[in-house]
Design a protein around this ligand. Sequence first.
Ligand SMILES: [Zn+2]
Length: 239
Amino acid sequence: MPIETLTAGHDNYLYLVHNHDVAAVIDACCADTVLRALDERDLTLGWIFITHHHHDHIAGLRILKEQTGAEVIAADDPRIPAIDRRVTDQEMVSTPVGDFTVLATPGHGDRDISYLWNGSASESPAIFCGDTLFVSGCGRILDGRAEELWASLRKLAQLDDPTRVYCGHEYTEDNLRFAVAQFPEDQAYADRLAAVKKQLQREGGSVPSSIAIEKQCNPFLRCRDLAEFTKLRRQKDHF
Ligand SMILES: [Zn+2]
């Protein structure tokens, strides 16, 4: 089942999961980007999965819903328009492009959710984690609380190592510069920064990562406790 990365705006990511006939999209910052991608691939959009209410994840939602009639799946959140199905933690959404398990991952916002695409015999699972977990980073604490984000990151770190990580923005190089600045003695961050720079030049993006890579090269997942995490998150805010 192809998972295709679409880029929009300055650094936004959207993802198409499809079977060459019908598709699901994760997040809806920009309707035109999604509509063009569907058209080019001759796909019908059946499902729109929303991770959270921030404008850069829902700005295209109404138009996309109007143009495609796709089912909108999101947390029970009045700030998100046009929801058809309100989902909660551990709920499963079954589609022809696979089963998606909802994981409540608040902390960046207060009602953020992630979607675990459960994979297949030949494909590793994928986590669509919005602005909760980034490659080598995590979201800012905006409407949520530090202890929520810490718990959400711990939850994502429990996923199987090969799980592919698809996040909401391309912030990886900045995140790794921060990690190297904070932990100059840690070669894992320096090596990863060098590898990511090459990857960005070659491919223009750094997704997907994997849970295994993030456990090794994400300073927020490597924090030992909430206090350490909260301090590091504050330092990143001012980096
Ligand atoms: Zn956000």
